[in-house]
Design a protein around this ligand. Structure first.
Ligand SMILES: NC(=O)C1=CN([C@@H]2O[C@H](COP(=O)(O)OP(=O)(O)OC[C@H]3O[C@@H](n4cnc5c(N)ncnc54)[C@H](OP(=O)(O)O)[C@@H]3O)[C@@H](O)[C@H]2O)C=CC1
Ligand SMILES: O=C(CO)COP(=O)(O)O
Length: 320
């Protein structure tokens, strides 16, 4: 069994480092100059500074070489997943493809597993998701994630192949639930960051996390997913991490909105496009998702933070 990681950002590099303890791993970077710089310095100075790359980890900018592996981890931003798959369709056919991205595609409303299935129906599609900062994984700190694969036997095998000493995987066949949890927790993290950034307090954050979780459950159940999946690492677990840590880029975008500060647009923030995709999807499905809708209004500057808070507080009273 050989493994390649496509995408040499923070997460792809961290996963490659962790997996390299079990055997050789290939890390693909789209930019040959960046690949060479990583090869020369044995570091990923731009995306994951301060961590040395182990000997077992080889770096390549050659997609054909990377696709020689049987298992390919796709660690690229959600909105670029389809193009990476489409551009390399022939090389990826029949492989085991494990999406490591969190989000919903803007144009289609699909999650990562569904996008893989649409572009490469003959591939074995899976999703690795859950509470984990790349820096923690790269430093070998204990981490637990969800491995979602509809094919139970393939999922069991993958769970063993991708578990490392400090990276413990739990498995599920509920790919839809895992996709929705991982995508929506980023939206809720933006909301929570905005609340804290604006000085609205920890109680307001707890309210948003809870009502945000209710939205995650609502979307998941309406999409045929299981409530238990949302209560697991990919849902509740990642919501807890991302809504409370300023290591999260989504949370930091929220903080900057709350403080009326600029935010570097080159930083990967999956929750922004995902909020728009989910708000549109919710409207099509007739689902009430006020926190998600409010996040789209904040990031698209249709509401100020105080207008957003007032709007949420004034909604008709209802049963919990
Ligand atoms: N960072 C983290 O702690 C975690 C991240 N994730 C998820 O992992 C995914 C990737 O995030 P992360 O690694 O942090 O992001 P980064 O911003 O660190 O890196 C993104 C990587 O994707 C590459 N990339 C961007 N666009 C394309 C494209 N069109 N084709 C090929 N490669 C492309 C970039 O290449 P280049 O360097 O050349 O720009 C870069 O290597 C996200 O969905 C995120 O939610 C999940 C858990 C933890
Ligand atoms: O997904 C993550 C933690 O589980 C990383 O969060 P950010 O993408 O917000 O940095």
């Amino acid at each position: 069994m050989t493994i390649s990681v496509l995408g040499s950002g923070a997460f792809g590099t961290a996963l490659a480092i962790s997996l390299a303890e079990k055997g050789p791993v290939s890390l693909w970077a789209r930019n040959p100059m960046k690949a060479q710089a990583m090869q020369d310095s044995r570091r990923n100075g731009t995306r994951l500074p301060g961590v040395e790359l182990p000997e077992n980890l080889s770096i390549t900018a050659d997609m054909t070489e990377a696709c020689e592996s049987e298992i390919l981890l796709l660690a690229v931003p959600m909105q670029t997943l389809r193009s990476v798959l489409s551009e390399n369709k022939a090389k990826l056919a029949g492989k085991t493809l494990v999406a490591c991205c969190k989000g919903i595609e803007l144009d289609s409303g699909l999650g990562p597993v569904a996008v893989i299935r649409e572009v490469l129906p003959d591939a074995q599609a899976a999703l690795l998701t859950g509470p984990s900062f790349a820096a923690d994984i790269a430093r070998g700190l204990p981490t637990a994630l969800t491995l979602a694969c509809e094919d139970a036997e393939a999922g069991k095998k993958l769970q063993e192949q991708l578990t490392t000493a400090n990276l413990r995987l739990y498995r599920t066949t509920d790919t839809t639930g895992a996709e929705i949890g991982g995508a929506l927790k980023n939206v809720m993290a933006i909301a929570c960051g905005a609340v804290i950034g604006a000085g609205l307090g920890d109680s307001a954050r707890a309210a948003l996390m809870t009502r945000g979780y209710a939205e995650m459950q609502r979307m998941a159940l309406a999409s045929g997913a299981k409530a238990e999946t949302l209560a697991g690492l990919s849902g509740f677990g990642d919501l807890a991490l991302t809504c409370t840590s300023d290591l999260s880029r989504n949370y930091r975008l929220g903080l900057s909105i709350g403080r009326s500060e600029e935010f570097d647009p080159s930083i990967t923030v999956e929750g922004a496009a995902t909020a728009r995709a989910v708000a549109a999807q919710a409207q099509r499905m007739g689902l009430d998702m006020p926190v998600t809708l409010t996040v789209t209004n904040l990031i698209d500057q249709r509401l100020t933070i105080s207008e957003a808070a007032a709007h949420l507080l004034k909604r008709p009273l209802k049963e919990e």
